[in-house]
Design a protein around this ligand. Sequence first.
Ligand SMILES: [Zn+2]
Length: 516
Amino acid sequence: MYSCISSAVLHGLKAELVKVEVDAGNGLPGFDMSGFLGSEVKEARERVRVAIRNSGFNLMPQRIVVNISPADIRKHGTGFDLPIALGILAANGYIDETRLDRMLVLGELGLNGDINGVTGVLPCVLCARNEGFNKVVIPVDNENEGEIVDGVVVKAIANLKDVVRYINGEDGFSGNKNVTIKETDCTQDSEVLDFSDIRGGDAAKRATLIAVCGMHNIMYMGPPGSGKTMMARRIPTIMPEMTFDERLEVTNIYSVAGQLGSKRGLINKRPFRAPYCNVTKSAFLGGGMYPVPGEVTLAGKGVLFLDEMTEFRPDILEGLRQPLEDRCITIVRLNNSYVFPTDFMLVGAINPCRCGYYPDRNRCNCSEQDIERFLGRISNPLWDRFDMCVRTEQIKYSELQSESIDGKETDNEYTSEKMSGIVRRVRKIQMDRFRGRKIMFNSQMNSRDVAEFCQLGKTESKLMSDIYSKKHLTARGYHKILKTARTIADIEGNNDISMSNISEAFYYRGIPDVKG
Ligand SMILES: [Zn+2]
């Protein structure tokens, strides 16, 4: 007897449809599998055989042949256990085959017949819906993830026996319940963060606000304990809430990467990724035999924070250039190329020198060459990707005092609530400005856009040309200043870029006195 079950396999961030064909019949008892299978798919043989027996189904000794098509897609993962088992049961008459029509199945089997969770269920369910399937059977562990998708009945089932009863339409397993989408927080920050938690550092807060408004990559430079990390971690709190499509996109990435956590619901907060400096290249950029997204993709729609950036290996840092330039990364494997989006805001933090206290010469003995060598670990092309660099200062004694007198400040202009209001307003201005174009933010303007949207008056042009010649700017450095100035003018609600906008942007242009 022959049967055929539909399932899906991950290919990058998408799933592709596959057919699991099973033939069970006379011949020497055996179990053969074909169809360009990865080793964990081949191991299904043992799991499936034992799981079927332990679920109470008796199979006659028989020759079983399983083929998973199409043959040109390499099958990997453990999600084929369940379709293979169902195929065998259908071929033996335990399942009413007509009820398998337009149904897609995935899940890993335990030896006792329980169905275990798998990664990448969300893209598989999306694929099923887009291909016109009516029903999808998924593991209970993945229930919240499957239910995100509407337009298809998603059934989460705990064990093989119940799947058979469900397919055969036996009691208690028909019908569809109304579901509310469950949400999950991928940031795993247990505390509620707010910019008002940070005492002092108004200059850095202002720079952060500008950076988030225009999605400018920003570098914090300052001594240890000057709040660089505190500042960075609060950036997502002032970014606008994600739209449903953005949340779906982010959840899909986390699903494929197996990073949805135990609840596996729809991700509701913008990602904040802060990999350690000893991260491997494939964990950082994405990789593996069947490529999964790395940090640069997991940070999408949110923040990629590189603390102590000078400590990262040069090949990791250089690997950032393509993702920053193209907003995607391409990984090639077995003649296939996988493209992952890398749509993040880059936030870096560095000490100004090896000891961390330059330019405080009371504490810093580093020579000019030492400092240059230290900062030289970040190449010039990478520096060029930062529109803004701001110095963070250690908290002043007076600022500590204000905290001890009373816990609340009434006129704090830098609370996450106030700042996010400004961000929303300035994002709206940019949305109108770039309507119908491929870009969304001031930071994404190319030189032609800069010429169009950053036109200067006479005195402002004079100032820029003075800065350009006196400070030996590169063309890129020149554009950085104009893009940042555009965002500052937007914050102030001005159409024209003013002298003070330019000087403020110039102040953030790079690293004063050390790098241009
Ligand atoms: Zn030093």
